[in-house]
Design a protein around this ligand. Structure first.
Ligand code: NAD
Length: 321
């Protein structure tokens, strides 16, 4: 079992990272938690208000691409484990600017893996279901399925996973990979599907749906995902991949309709726009290994969790009176 004494979370000022920080601080076996985040447009220090009042919490503004900084941090804070979430995470931006995704997601992960190896610290890599490419209907991907990413974002995440696997094979490094499905929850950046739709709906502006809107995603509440990441770090075996999903599939059109219903807005706000290039039709993961080995299961039902999150996002994004 891995040690929780002094934990480093990269990308902790982002959406999933800021929830993970909250879940980690609920544990009594953590005596220090350090967030390393470069505060790109996607990171926000305010996402950590609350946790930053905990005496065990420390924030370092800096990049995972900076080996001197990371090495010093691992040493000075006597880090015993790393949760690696820092990334460029928006598919549309990756289509416009792939180089930035290669720099952070591949170069940054490689740098972090190297620093973790030198310091002999275990590392959990937070990856995505998108690395497998589209899932055929009536099937789910298992952890050993080949990687066939479609977008520059998913290709950069797949490359990061391969660097992690190579680190295990070459150096015997203690690395675990968790591949997560689509998260919904509070503190997500407004460029992402659900916060964006909430924002538009509150202003009675059109909700732009790519193509037919029949793209299927498995939606997991971010609290469940964070607990899955912790379980993968705690119970996952070195070199293994674990799937963190809720087996709760919905089309993008279904998401838009449910969201409008929750906010008492008309479906006429839905507008179809030209599909995103390389847009995968479906992602679905087999989570049975995680259920068995990690003793973890997504617990928040989409039906109730989604409406609650939409109402919470709406109260944050409501237009000023
Ligand atoms: P996010 O964009 O909300 O947060 C990313 C964070 O990383 C930001 O705070 C940003 O400032 C920070 N960051 C970026 N580059 C950095 C660098 N070089 N050094 C340090 N910090 C840097 O992303 P998210 O949605 O919270 O995703 C977190 C992780 O989970 C990512 O690795 C992503 O690929 C993965 N993931 C996300 C989802 C999802 O649905 N959101 C699903 C599966 C996997």
């Amino acid at each position: 079992m891995r040690n929780f004494q002094s934990i480093l979370v990269t990308g902790g000022a982002g959406f999933i990272g800021s929830t993970l920080v909250r879940k980690l601080l609920e544990r009594s076996d953590i005596s220090r938690l350090v967030v390393l985040d470069s505060l790109t447009y996607a990171g926000d220090r305010r996402n950590l208000s609350g946790p930053d009042q905990d005496p065990r919490f420390h924030f370092v503004e800096g990049s995972i691409n900076d080996p001197e900084l990371v090495q010093k941090l691992l040493k000075d804070a006597a880090i015993t484990g790393i949760f690696h979430l820092a990334a460029e995470s928006h598919v549309d931006r990756s289509i416009a600017d792939p180089a930035n995704f290669v720099h952070t997601n591949v170069g940054g992960t490689s740098c972090l893996l190297d620093c973790a190896r030198l310091a002999q610290v275990p590392i959990l890599i937070c990856s995505t279901d998108e690395v497998y490419g589209p899932t055929p209907v009536h099937t789910t991907f298992s952890e050993s399925d080949p990687l066939k990413p479609s977008s520059p974002y998913s290709a950069s995440k797949a490359a990061a996973d391969l660097m992690a696997i190579a680190a295990v094979t070459t150096y015997g490094q203690d690395v675990v990979i968790a591949r997560c499905t689509n998260n919904y929850g509070p503190r997500q950046h407004r460029e992402k599907l659900i916060p964006r739709f909430v924002y538009q709906a509150l202003r009675d502006e059109p909700l732009p749906i790519y193509g037919s809107g029949q793209q299927i995603r498995d939606w997991i509440h971010v609290d469940d995902c964070a607990l899955g990441l912790i379980a993968a770090y705690e119970h996952g075996t070195k070199a293994n991949v674990y799937h963190i999903g809720a087996s709760s599939e919905s089309t993008n059109l279904g998401i838009a309709r449910r969201l409008l219903k929750t906010l008492h807005k008309p479906e006429s706000l839905i507008t179809h726009v030209t599909d995103r290039p390389g847009h995968d039709m479906r992602y679905a993961l087999n989570v049975s290994r995680s259920l068995q080995i990690l003793g973890w299961k997504a617990r928040i039902p989409f039906r109730t969790g989604f409406s609650e999150v939409v109402r919470e996002l709406a109260s944050d994004l409501r237009p000023a009176d």
